[in-house]
Design a protein around this ligand. Structure first.
Ligand code: NDP
Length: 486
């Protein structure tokens, strides 16, 4: 590797870096140049076994510590992440190609927030006392699940490792985390920092590999819970495999979310929301509002202002902090986006701006806007996971709500309007796990995040995540005599 933040080996198991060169080579490609910047190795069965044994062995003692002690370690890790934000952001940019301008504020910082938040909650994870008749009573004990497997997508490798690791560890679980094979570097740094903060060996392990490594983890009888961030097709497979072993699951999957802009919206705020909801991270965000429904009266003004603002996008070297728009994560993802753009043109959508791959090195494609998109077009129905905004026209509130919900997905939805009651009516009707009023894509750790319908099961972040990394034991206590029929 050629940069200073390099992890030293492919895996992190039982508190230390681990290499096993017998695993298939896993080249790490910097999306801005297409060059190989590191070569890791996929986990062999021996590495997977070592990670699971380490997790299993370490978990009981960790669970026996007080929540205050566990939380202190997580909060210390949050401080280390913040101290090293620049270094971690550079690594995130190497892994994903996202502009440093973004990674400096959205990745290690979000990971640190999760470690701090769940570190703070760890001491408050209690059960309850339930008084019953006759002087009898019951109490509940909140217990960890055991060994949790985390499987990540490639768009937010640091954040996803922390969003899964922090609540799992706060509740007293151990974790084996498998990053996406496209972005394997960042989770190793998360493991390194957790252990530097004092996390006992074996509690947060990172193993590399593609779907087959994930499959080996999900189907292992020693695993109690699986948390996946990925696409709906992968989610269906992983959910089914976990169900066969009766394991707990969290599924954070894809979306095709609606963003509804009414005539009375503040134009610049609405355009800003649509930009954030389509072009941040080059459009590679699960909750993006990629179906932008614009009411007819504001349509022309919206498209004009959008084109003006897009002209200010600075596309280029993601390490240049002035650059606001970077490459796609991989050649493969770029190809998918190009095919969707061609499909949009073929289906008769009007290409307003963008649409072309940039000449030269790296996986760059222009921010792209289609107008006059209709509900049945493929680009309006399928998740593209790239910088392609579809603008659809609408006239009436009831009509747009029905159309907004006409999708198998249900991750997020947004509305821009100055009419307070209409905003809340719309939100009440949206079939989505996360809604935004006059905003888009905020994801603070205090707020539950997750989808409905095909977009997922369970919630990450907030106190809600605790429910998905712990279970209650109920204890009945009889104070009077036992009455038996004979
Ligand atoms: P994939 O579904 O392709 O992969 C997700 C992860 O699952 C990867 O680590 C992948 O490994 C692994 N995997 C693949 N097959 C299996 C299997 N059979 N068993 C176990 N693990 C498996 O998603 P992408 O990485 O392409 O990410 C993009 C998708 O993620 C989009 O649909 C996006 O919407 C969604 N996403 C959802 C978010 C949310 O919070 N709701 C947030 C971010 C993204 P490998 O890649 O190494 O093959």
């Amino acid at each position: 590797m050629t940069y200073p933040t390099q992890p030293t080996s492919s895996h992190f198991v039982n508190g230390a870096y681990l290499e096993d060169a017998a695993g298939a080579a896993l080249p790490v490609i910097y999306p801005a140049t297409g060059q190989v910047i590191a070569t890791l190795h996929e986990a062999t069965p021996a590495v997977i076994e070592a990670a699971l044994i380490a997790a299993r062995d370490a978990q009981a003692e960790w669970a026996a510590m007080s929540g205050t002690e566990r939380g202190r370690i997580l909060r210390r890790a949050a401080d280390i992440m913040r101290d090293r934000n620049r270094e971690l952001s550079i690594l995130e940019t190497y892994d994903t190609g996202k502009p440093l301008q973004e990674t400096l504020v959205a990745d290690a910082t979000s990971g640190a927030d999760a470690l701090e938040y769940f570190g703070g909650l760890a001491a408050s994870l209690t059960g309850e006392h339930i008084p019953l008749g006759g002087g009898n009573w019951a109490y509940t004990v909140r217990q960890p699940l055991g060994v949790c497997v985390g499987i990540g997508a490639w768009n937010y490798p640091t954040q996803i490792a922390c969003w899964k690791g922090a609540p799992a560890l706060a509740c007293g679980n151990a974790m084996v985390f498998k990053p996406s094979e496209t972005t394997p570097l960042c989770a190793l740094k998360v493991a390194e920092i957790l252990h530097e903060a004092g996390l006992p060996a074996g509690l947060f392990n990172v193993v590399q590999g593609a779907g087959d490594v994930g499959r080996a983890l999900v189907t292992d009888a020693r695993v109690d819970k699986v948390s996946l961030t990925g696409s709906v097709p992968t989610g269906r497979k992983v959910y089914a495999a976990a169900a066969a072993g009766m394991k707990h699951v969290t599924m954070e999957l894809g979306g095709k979310s609606p963003l509804v802009i009414f005539d009375d919206a503040d134009l610049d705020d609405a355009v800003g929301g649509a930009i954030l909801g389509n072009f941040y991270s080059s459009g590679q965000v699960c909750s993006n509002g990629t179906r932008v429904f614009v009411q007819k009266g504001i349509k022309q003004a919206f498209l004009t202002r959008l084109a003006e603002r897009l002209a200010d996008a600075k596309i280029g070297d993601p390490m240049d902090e002035q650059v606001s728009f970077g490459p796609m994560v991989s050649e493969g993802q770029l190809g998918i986006v190009e095919r969707y753009i061609a499909k949009g043109i073929e289906e008769g959508a009007r290409l307003v701006t963008g649409g072309k791959r940039l000449d030269g090195q790296g996986y760059y494609i222009e921010p792209t806007v289609f107008a006059d998109v209709t509900d049945e077009m493929v680009i309006a129905r399928e998740e593209i996971f790239g910088p392609v905004m579809c603008v659809l026209d609408f006239e009436a509130e009831a009509e747009v709500l029905t159309r907004a919900n006409d999708t198998e997905y249900g991750l997020a939805a947004g509305v821009f309007t100055r009419d307070l009651t209409r905003a809340h009516r719309m939100v009440a009707g949206f079939q989505a796990g996360t809604c935004f009023i006059n905003s888009y894509n905020d994801a603070p750790v205090e707020v539950p995040f997750g989808g409905v319908k095909a977009s997922g099961v369970g919630r990450e972040n907030s106190k809600a995540a605790i429910e998905h990394y712990s279970q209650l034991k109920s204890v009945f206590v009889r104070m009077d005599r036992v009455e038996a029929p004979f």
